[in-house]
Design a protein. Structure first.
Length: 87
Protein backbone atom coordinates (compact mmCIF):
# COMPACT_ATOMS: atom_id res chain seq x y z
CA UNK A 1 0.00 0.00 0.00
CA UNK A 2 2.77 2.45 0.86
CA UNK A 3 4.70 1.61 -2.26
CA UNK A 4 1.67 1.80 -4.53
CA UNK A 5 -0.13 4.87 -3.17
CA UNK A 6 2.75 7.03 -1.96
CA UNK A 7 5.41 5.55 -4.24
CA UNK A 8 7.84 4.75 -1.42
CA UNK A 9 10.90 2.63 -2.12
CA UNK A 10 11.50 -0.65 -0.30
CA UNK A 11 14.14 1.06 1.81
CA UNK A 12 11.72 3.80 2.87
CA UNK A 13 9.07 1.25 3.84
CA UNK A 14 11.67 -0.60 5.92
CA UNK A 15 12.69 2.59 7.69
CA UNK A 16 9.07 3.43 8.49
CA UNK A 17 8.43 -0.03 9.90
CA UNK A 18 11.63 -0.03 11.96
CA UNK A 19 11.67 3.51 13.30
CA UNK A 20 8.68 3.00 15.56
CA UNK A 21 10.61 0.48 17.68
CA UNK A 22 13.38 3.01 18.25
CA UNK A 23 10.84 5.70 19.10
CA UNK A 24 9.23 3.38 21.67
CA UNK A 25 12.66 2.77 23.16
CA UNK A 26 13.29 6.52 23.45
CA UNK A 27 9.82 7.30 24.77
CA UNK A 28 9.85 4.78 27.61
CA UNK A 29 12.32 6.67 29.86
CA UNK A 30 10.49 9.90 29.10
CA UNK A 31 7.26 8.33 30.37
CA UNK A 32 8.74 7.60 33.78
CA UNK A 33 9.94 11.16 34.11
CA UNK A 34 6.56 12.53 32.98
CA UNK A 35 4.67 10.36 35.46
CA UNK A 36 6.87 11.59 38.30
CA UNK A 37 6.79 15.24 37.28
CA UNK A 38 3.17 15.61 36.17
CA UNK A 39 1.35 12.73 37.81
CA UNK A 40 -0.05 9.67 36.10
CA UNK A 41 -3.32 11.21 34.90
CA UNK A 42 -1.71 14.19 33.16
CA UNK A 43 1.07 12.04 31.74
CA UNK A 44 -1.49 9.58 30.40
CA UNK A 45 -3.47 12.45 28.88
CA UNK A 46 -0.31 13.64 27.09
CA UNK A 47 0.22 10.08 25.90
CA UNK A 48 -3.24 10.11 24.32
CA UNK A 49 -2.47 13.41 22.62
CA UNK A 50 0.77 11.99 21.21
CA UNK A 51 -1.01 8.90 19.91
CA UNK A 52 -3.79 10.91 18.26
CA UNK A 53 -1.42 13.45 16.71
CA UNK A 54 0.88 10.70 15.45
CA UNK A 55 -1.98 8.74 13.93
CA UNK A 56 -3.42 11.81 12.23
CA UNK A 57 0.02 12.73 10.92
CA UNK A 58 0.47 9.28 9.40
CA UNK A 59 -3.03 9.28 7.89
CA UNK A 60 -2.51 12.65 6.21
CA UNK A 61 1.06 11.94 5.07
CA UNK A 62 1.82 12.93 1.49
CA UNK A 63 5.56 12.23 1.53
CA UNK A 64 8.16 10.16 3.34
CA UNK A 65 9.19 12.76 5.94
CA UNK A 66 5.59 13.39 6.93
CA UNK A 67 5.02 9.65 7.42
CA UNK A 68 8.35 9.36 9.27
CA UNK A 69 7.34 12.12 11.69
CA UNK A 70 4.01 10.40 12.32
CA UNK A 71 5.73 7.10 13.08
CA UNK A 72 8.14 8.77 15.49
CA UNK A 73 5.38 10.62 17.37
CA UNK A 74 3.23 7.49 17.58
CA UNK A 75 6.17 5.39 18.74
CA UNK A 76 7.05 7.94 21.41
CA UNK A 77 3.42 7.88 22.55
CA UNK A 78 3.48 4.10 22.84
CA UNK A 79 6.73 4.18 24.82
CA UNK A 80 5.52 6.90 27.16
CA UNK A 81 2.21 5.11 27.61
CA UNK A 82 3.86 1.82 28.50
CA UNK A 83 5.93 3.50 31.18
CA UNK A 84 3.09 5.56 32.60
CA UNK A 85 0.60 2.69 32.80
CA UNK A 86 3.08 0.33 34.47
CA UNK A 87 4.51 2.85 36.95
Amino acid sequence: LLREDLKFTSKQVGVLLGIMNYAVMCGAPLGGWMADALGRKKALALTYVMLIVGALTMVTAQNFMHAFLGCVVTGMGVGVGLSVVTS
